[in-house]
Structures are given as structure tokens and as C-alpha cells.
Design a protein around this ligand. Structure first.
Ligand SMILES: [Zn+2]
Length: 140
């Protein structure tokens, strides 16, 4: 069933999962920067290459696309109507990888925060999410 998807499409799918510097990422980064936080981005030395690393707070932040990271219960996470079996398996694997990554980071003493794309969708949600994020970073 995976053969239903051309290798070219598959390559683009894989590439988009770890697309760097998405709009949502830039938004969170800019906000944290304005709040005076210093961070590293896309740190390959850590499991899962976290989008944002705040060494001072021993905290990493992942900004997750709702579809690719299978945000359960989210309206942005709906399977395409064709090749459903392929997508179900693919997205389940992404989710498992996220869980493994989180477990590894926790075992190394990192705090793991996740911001979902849908939590940044409107100005109001954005403000809530970002100020909530800052609170979480401070409340060790
Ligand atoms: Zn979502």
C-alpha cells in the first residue's frame, strides 16, 4: 500500500516533516526573543532536534504541525481520503517517534514543552498560548 505513493511524493512528505523555520516556529521564536529569552534553534545534538532549546531553563520546545504530528482530537488532523492506510501508518509512526524523543529528553533531564500549530491560529489564541508558554518556562 505504501507503493500507492510515488517516491517523489514520499520524499517531499519526509522533507516537510522536519521543515525548518516554519511560520509557527518563527512566531514563537520572535515572541521569546522579545521577552528576553536566549535560545538555540534546531539543535541536532539533542534527541529529535528540538525547534527551540533554552539551556538556562533546561527546557526544549517543539512547535508541532497538527497533521504531521497527529494532534488527536484536532480538526487539522484528518486523514486524506485516499491512501488512508498509508497515512494512518505514517502518522502513527511520527507520533511514536515523538513519544520516544520526549522520553529520551526527559531521561536526560530536559523539560519538554509542545506548542501545536492550531494553538497559534488566531491572534487571541496566539496571545494565550505564548504567554502561557512563558509562564511554563519560568515555573520550573
Ligand atoms: Zn491541533
Amino acid at each position: 500500500m505504501a507503493d500507492c505513493v510515488s517516491s517523489d511524493l514520499r520524499r517531499r512528505i519526509m522533507a516537510s516533516i522536519k521543515a525548518k523555520d516554519t511560520r509557527a516556529e518563527l512566531l514563537v521564536r520572535r515572541y521569546l526573543h522579545r521577552q528576553g529569552f536566549r535560545y538555540r534553534t534546531n539543535d541536532r545534538r539533542l534527541p529529535g532536534t528540538p525547534d527551540i532549546v533554552l539551556p538556562k531553563y533546561r527546557t526544549v520546545i517543539f512547535i508541532n504541525g497538527c497533521f504531521w504530528h497527529a494532534h488527536h482530537g484536532c480538526s487539522r488532523y484528518t486523514l486524506p481520503t485516499s491512501n488512508q492506510e498509508f497515512w494512518r501508518e505514517k502518522l502513527a509512526k511520527n507520533r511514536e517517534r515523538d513519544q520516544r524523543t520526549t522520553a529520551l529528553l526527559l531521561s536526560q533531564g530536559w523539560r519538554v514543552l509542545v506548542v501545536w500549530e492550531c494553538e497559534l491560529a488566531t491572534r487571541r489564541l496566539r496571545e494565550e498560548t505564548l504567554s502561557g508558554l512563558v509562564n511554563e518556562i519560568y515555573n520550573n
